[in-house]
Design a protein around this ligand. Structure first.
Ligand code: NAD
Length: 352
């Protein structure tokens, strides 16, 4: 399996394979670009069918982190780690200690964080072996008090700010009162977002594969529950995907009616060409990595210090960034996805 000839190889600086016989660790770390700072990105644990699948994931995800951090004006490069293993049955303390050693061996060129299949508990184990880990400690909360290193509240706040920007641009409305939002997935980010929207006076429709999560949104926020497949066809102002990737695809597009798509999920478009389909339909798409950057901003502030108020102000920068994306896309007749990529490259080349 060649790395340099791989279709997803994009001038990555470093791709390293790690193996630990005793714990069974098999992992890959990819550093895509460290122009703006050390490469930071989550450590994903997934039951990849093949090593090739894991390599593909780590190459693509690390590149995505370069773009996300550059667009969010963070002094960070892009990197990612993948552990090949079942996140439900394959975890052990020894495995994450070995992963901590692997991260440490790169001497800080790569900083790890939680991702699908890992969380605060795993970050704490890795932190026993390396200081190049984010999300393992306690943080100051926005509203005072302390919280753990889970960045989801910051991601939710950033998506909320992004929805405000999208609504202002597409619907000409400066507040969210009465705005109808359909949220797919009311987990950590989706539920946090729902709370903020409710406080701002929005009307909510929610779906989730976990009935308890739906019930929580209905009971606590007065949201209307809808079936998994009914979420797309609702007559709402905003569709907020907060569950899985690739949910904007040819099937869902047949049903989708919302003039705005703005949510937390990564890789929302099943195919890059769908950005143009959305543009032609006058559906305003908030590029996923622009609107969901609150989490990486949170993690960056944990590393570099800074108060909760400074963190909040940085997350609020997602609003003007999105507005610039929307305006340039309109002016240039381009998709919002293409403009986000261009702006990320400009910020990467021009420095912070
Ligand atoms: P989570 O697992 O807490 O929540 C996801 C929710 O979606 C769960 O409640 C799950 O039951 C539900 N779900 C799964 N499949 C579904 C389906 N087919 N239909 C409806 N609901 C479904 O995850 P999260 O941390 O809230 O992250 C949500 C999304 O945002 C993910 O795509 C994640 O990659 C992305 N994201 C999260 C963060 C963060 O800080 N947590 C940062 C950036 C991006």
């Amino acid at each position: 399996m060649s790395v340099f000839a791989h279709v997803d190889f994009d001038q990555h600086e470093q791709v390293v394979y790690g193996h630990d016989k005793a714990s069974g660790l098999k992992a890959i770390i990819a550093i895509h670009d460290s122009t703006l700072g050390p490469a930071l990105g989550g450590c994903r644990m997934w039951n990849y069918a093949t090593d090739e699948e894991a390599l593909r994931d780590v190459l693509r995800l690390s590149r995505g982190m370069t773009y996300k951090s550059a667009l969010a004006r963070l002094p960070l490069g892009g990197g990612k780690a993948v552990i090949i293993g079942d996140p439900h049955t394959g975890k052990s303390e020894a495995l994450f200690q070995a992963m901590g050693d692997f991260v440490d061996s790169l001497g800080g060129r790569y900083i790890t964080a939680a991702d699908s299949g890992t969380g605060v508990a795993e970050m704490r184990i890795m932190a026993e072996r390396t200081r190049h880990v984010a999300g393992a400690g306690q943080r100051e909360a926005f509203g005072g008090g302390s919280r753990d290193g889970d960045p989801s509240p910051s991601t939710a706040y950033g998506v909320f700010i992004g929805i405000q920007a999208a609504v202002a641009h597409r619907l000409g409305r400066q507040d969210l009162s009465g705005i109808r939002v359909a949220i797919q997935g009311v987990g950590q980010v989706g539920f946090g977002l729902a709370k903020l929207l409710k406080e701002a006076g929005a009307q909510l429709w929610v779906t989730d594969i976990q009935a308890a999560n739906v019930q929580r949104a209905v009971a606590q926020l007065g949201a209307t529950a809808v079936g998994q497949h009914d979420i797309y066809g609702l007559d709402v102002d905003v569709f907020a995907p907060c569950a899985l990737g690739a949910i904007v695809n040819l099937q869902t597009l047949e049903a989708l009616r919302a003039p705005i798509i703005a949510g937390a999920a990564n890789n929302q478009l099943a195919d890059a060409s769908l950005a143009e389909v959305l543009r032609r339909r006058e559906c305003l798409y908030a590029p996923d990595y622009a609107i969901n950057a609150g989490g990486i901003i949170d993690v960056c502030y944990e590393r570099t210090g800074g108060s909760a108020a400074q963190l909040k102000a940085h997350i609020e920068g997602i609003g003007p960034t999105l507005t610039e994306i929307f305006q340039r896309a309109e002016r240039e007749g381009a998709t919002t996805a293409a403009i986000a990529d261009r702006m990320a490259r400009e910020r990467l080349q021009g420095g912070l």
